[in-house]
Design a binder for this molecule. Structure first.
Ligand SMILES: [Zn+2]
Length: 310
């Protein structure tokens, strides 16, 4: 079975302004990399907009309406916080970013494809149910997880986050709910300052492995092999959702985890084999961070290549 790539030109119209690291060129770099002949086997679809019902499985109605109500005139921008920006096109981009993950969940759970990659922006893992931030508006992966449970009756969903930042927004959703699992490696100290190894959720359904700057491949792989994957194995997920951030790459300007491109292929391979054991191979991945265009393109290609098993 094939892999589905979900994206949309509307993601380019989320204009964060000059000098912002989370910029439209990121998505252009990702899509250019996936235009290579090696990815001709990808199925492709345009990201739909998420529905209010889908968004409200994670975010309260007044939060959703507030975000969607921020529609500055063309060429103008609204600062949501110190580093989160909305332009005229941002509300639609945010709707389609969440909708892309939902569409990936649909495609995988209906058995149309084995796996899906949502090439989206804005990213989502820093958005808590009621606070946007860290470039994120809606929590795309949490919305996908809740959709799988509500629409398909999937019992246990795991969200695995190898972005260099801790997804405190996702953890806020998972923390009180033993049907969800959240595993994350992240550089510490670094924004947002959360993700202590002491945070265990309910019965270990949250596994955080903070890594110091300059940790590199060996410590990253050991964190997953020795800490997160064994706990994930015990959780026995029915579906895996990946917060695929590539800002742990050694070229990334926002962090210093010093990972290699091949580390992203490795972790994807590991997650796929765990998915094969527990979840009939079902994996839905969504783009989070990654701010060096060349590293982002290369690491995304490695990740999606692994999903396609090429
Ligand atoms: Zn990040």
């Amino acid at each position: 079975m094939s892999t589905l790539l979900i994206s949309h030109p509307a993601f380019l119209a989320h204009d964060t302004g000059p000098h912002h690291p989370e910029r439209p060129e990121r998505l252009r770099a990702v899509m250019a990399a996936l235009d290579d002949a090696a990815f001709a086997g990808l199925e492709r679809m345009a990201a739909p907009t998420a529905t209010l019902e889908q968004l409200m499985r994670v975010h309260p109605r007044n939060y959703v309406e507030t975000i969607l109500g921020i529609r500055p005139p063309d060429g103008e921008r609204v600062m949501i916080d110190g580093d989160t920006v909305m332009s005229a096109g941002s509300a639609e981009a945010a709707l389609r970013a969440a909708g892309a993950v939902v569409a990936g969940v649909d495609a995988v759970l209906e058995g149309r494809v084995a796996s899906a990659f949502a090439a989206v922006r804005p990213p989502g893992h820093h958005a808590t149910p009621d606070i946007p931030g860290g470039f994120c508006l809606f929590n795309n992966v949490a919305i996908g997880a809740r959709h799988a449970q509500a629409r398909y009756g999937v019992e246990r969903v795991a969200i695995l986050d190898f972005d260099v930042h801790h997804g405190q927004g996702t953890q806020a959703v998972v923390d009180p709910d033993a049907t969800l699992f959240y595993g994350s490696t992240h550089q510490f100290p670094l924004y947002p300052g959360t993700g202590s190894a002491r945070e265990h959720g309910i019965d270990g359904n949250v596994v955080n492995v903070p890594l110091g700057p300059d940790s590199g491949s060996a410590q990253f792989r050991a964190a997953w092999s020795e800490r997160i994957l064994p706990q994930l194995d015990r959780f026995a997920p029915d579906l895996l959702i990946v917060s695929a951030g590539f800002d742990g790459h050694k070229r990334d300007p926002l962090a210093q985890l010093e990972l290699e491109t091949e580390d992203f292929r490795w972790i994807t391979d590991e997650l796929l084999s765990l998915a094969a054991r527990h979840a009939r191979g079902r994996v839905v991945s969504a783009l989070e961070g990654g701010y060096d265009l060349e590293a982002l393109a290369e690491a995304t290609a490695a990740h999606v290549g692994s999903l396609m098993r090429v």
